[in-house]
Design a protein around this ligand. Structure first.
Ligand code: AMP
Length: 436
């Protein structure tokens, strides 16, 4: 048997959790006026090298690269922002008469990581990007958007960790201080950190190997190297978050792994009881130079990305209530003529907005009744030879435990009528289909 590839998984029984998350993403995104954008799953390899950064783990060690038959080097996207910025520039979305332009995305990302609990090689992210505003209120809105999604999904005990890297000058000053700090410790740091020291010292703080090294605790803090303007921006973000009633923890050790961040960076963690050590459920920040780096006009931007699998685990741990699957009607058929007649009745009901299913394997009556119950059908319509002759059938209401004879012509309206009757004992009065 051919098995799934390492680090991938099939979504079968858990599909309800994904659907619930997708539904809330759509709802909350509407509340915040973010529009959906969909970009390709693969891009030119160069895109990620130029944006995420050559020496970040996800680019240097974790990408799925492949050469296509035309000799082009493609990369399966390891994250969403680079592709969206590419699309923003290529489609000249910056020329829109709406500003800031607010987009959200949902889809698979691919990283060649060591699979473990909460870490996969194909995983899904929900993310958002806002282009065109450098205002601290926009940083706060992005964080409020992420926190609101968690609230909508009934995930409690979240902590928003917040820090600021500042813009170019602040970052350069900080990097200088980091180099001076780590220089005497270089020999005892890992090989990657030695490279990072030369290429991008900030990344040393994000190292998984050296995270408990003595030099980490005493390392300089970003806030001490922020310019006055960058410090004011950071303070203002906090004031806006306070005004929106979003609690945050200022975490000076938070730097985030990707190169493109400037100013605000944040991570949302849920309690370890819920997700263990992989409890970072969302990460994001400002990236004011990326649009320009990828040949677009200077455009400030800020965004986040959620790990959907971790949201699913959190929902399952919390027994998130899923809506039950059900059918409006299950049509029981006995005999070939009945089946032919059922075909047009079923099609007519479906066209009218009813959820209908039937038997396709010539089961016995008893087995078909069992199926109707397995499908959680409100009504069962029974058609045999006699019914075809009479042009009428028995309609059983499984919820009210009633049965009546209904002509084929009246079947659809009878069911719709019953579904839309508001009565205290009717829990299934949610029919929203259109009549023919
Ligand atoms: P990042 O793009 O690395 O900032 O990750 C954003 C979020 O995506 C993280 O907080 C995780 O929830 C999730 N994530 C990142 N990598 C993986 C992975 N390999 N498997 C599952 N989720 C992931």
């Amino acid at each position: 048997m051919i098995r799934r590839m390492k680090g991938t998984y099939d979504i079968t029984d858990d599909i309800g959790y994904y659907k619930a998350i997708e539904k809330q993403i759509e709802r909350v995104s509407k509340l915040f006026n973010f529009k959906e954008i969909r970009t390709p799953h693969f891009e030119a390899r160069e895109l990620f090298h130029r944006s995420v950064g050559e020496d970040t783990d996800i680019v240097s060690k974790e990408t799925y690269d492949f050469e296509d038959r035309g000799g082009r080097i493609n990369t399966l996207r390891p994250e969403g922002t680079a592709g969206i910025v590419r699309a923003f520039n290529e489609n000249k979305l910056y020329a829109s008469n709406i500003s800031p332009q607010k987009y959200y995305y949902y889809g698979s990302m691919f990283r060649y990581e060591r699979p473990q609990k909460g870490r996969f090689r194909e995983f899904r992210q929900f993310g958002a990007e806002s282009f065109g505003s450098n205002h601290p209120s926009m940083d706060a809105e992005i964080i409020a958007y992420a926190a609101t999604l968690l609230k909508a999904l009934k995930i409690k005990d979240i902590t928003v960790h917040l820090n600021s890297l500042g813009d170019k000058t602040s970052k350069a000053n900080f990097e200088k201080a980091l180099k001076a700090h780590f220089q005497p410790h270089l020999d005892s740091l890992c090989k990657d950190c030695k490279n990072r020291y030369e290429e991008n010292p900030l990344r040393i703080l994000d190292c998984k190997v050296d995270k408990n090294h003595e030099s980490m605790q005493s390392a300089p803090k970003t806030v001490d190297y922020l310019t006055d303007a960058d410090k004011a921006h950071f303070e203002s973000v906090q004031a806006y978050l306070k005004s929106a009633n979003i609690d945050v923890v200022v975490d000076h050790n938070l730097v985030r792994g990707l190169d493109y961040y400037t100013h605000t960076v944040f991570e949302i963690k849920v309690s370890e009881d819920l997700l263990g050590s992989q409890n970072a459920i969302c990460g994001g920040g400002r990236y004011n130079n990326l649009v320009e780096t990828l040949d677009g006009p200077p455009t400030p931007a800020v965004g986040f990305a959620f790990g959907v699998e971790r949201l699913v685990v959190a929902l399952k741990e919390n027994d998130y209530p899923l809506s039950e699957d059900y059918l409006h009607v299950y049509v029981l058929v006995m005999g070939e003529q009945a089946r032919l007649n059922a075909a047009w009745l079923i099609q007519r009901m479906r066209m009218g907005g009813l959820m209908v299913d039937t038997d396709y394997t010539e089961r016995s009556m008893k087995a078909q009744f069992k199926q109707s119950a397995n499908h959680n059908a409100r009504f069962v319509a029974i058609i045999g030879d006699k019914e075809v002759e009479e042009g009428a059938l028995n309609l059983k209401d499984q919820q009210l435990n009633t049965e009546e004879r209904v002509s084929f012509n009246d079947l659809y309206v009878t069911i719709v009528d019953k579904l839309t009757q508001k009565r205290s004992d009717c829990q299934d009065c949610d029919y929203k289909g259109e009549s023919q």
